[in-house]
Design a binder for this molecule. Structure first.
Ligand SMILES: [Zn+2]
Length: 238
């Protein structure tokens, strides 16, 4: 991937930040999104505490992987160090979305992973969306945002979960993070996560003993994302 100019990077981050508001994944300032140019080692992220109604693309804050702000009149999002650790830990990720969208947050507050119960979920997430445990007290007190990012990366690495095949997670007592190979993919995954969280809640209310077969999960995930994916228009060329 070639390097983008920095204005383009800011515009990408801005569009996703506005997108999560439009999709009602965010109220007040409960969310932030970033877009990463891996070739330059710089990401653009929402400024901290700035109302979405006043936000302009020029306000996005550029940050490098050492956490230095490149140029901005604003401080970056308070969750910047979480984004930074995810970009450092997941080499295929170039976009991150964090929101407190209600349905995903309900599962996070209940400290429960979102089980895969149907093909809508398995089109986006290759299995249950994991809910990570509460962070330990010393980590919360000393370097909360950085430790949150490290927790996510370690959790995925320890379980050999591929971040591209499981492009999001819940944090107990908190909310969700989603990511993708682009900021737009991270955005799509945030929308999908919220829809799946809502559907899973209601499905389990109707039937608490759902056993969605693995072979359907496998089929749906792989036809969209596997080595021989055939979902979408590229099928014409085969
Ligand atoms: Zn949060």
């Amino acid at each position: 991937m070639g390097t983008r100019n920095l204005d383009q990077l800011k515009q990408e981050a801005f569009e996703v930040n506005m997108g999560i508001v439009k999709e009602k994944l965010v109220v007040l300032t409960w969310g932030n999104a970033s877009s990463f140019d891996r070739a330059n080692g710089i990401f653009a992220i929402k400024p901290s505490g700035v109302s979405y109604t006043l936000l302009k693309w020029q306000d996005m804050v550029l940050v490098d992987l050492d956490g230095n702000v490149i140029e901005s009149k604003f401080k970056p999002s308070s969750d910047t160090l979480t984004h930074l650790e995810i970009y450092k830990g997941f080499s295929s990720v170039c976009g991150i979305v964090h929101t407190h969208s209600p349905w995903a947050t309900i599962w996070a507050q209940a400290c429960q992973s979102i089980p895969v119960l149907g093909t809508t979920h398995s089109d986006h997430f290759n299995g249950d969306v994991p809910c990570l445990p509460y962070l330990k007290m010393d980590k919360v007190q000393n370097a909360y945002e950085k430790e949150t990012g490290i927790q996510i990366v370690d959790f995925f690495n320890n379980r050999q979960l591929e971040p591209i095949h499981m492009p999001g997670c819940l944090l107990s007592g908190h909310a969700s993070f989603t990511w993708g190979e682009t900021s737009n993919k991270a955005f799509e995954n945030a929308v999908a996560l919220e829809a799946c969280a809502k559907m899973a809640y209601h499905s389990l209310n109707l039937n608490s003993k759902i056993e969605f077969p693995d072979y359907i999960l496998e089929k749906h995930y792989s036809r969209k994302h596997g080595a021989n994916a055939y979902y979408g228009q590229n099928v014409i060329n085969k």
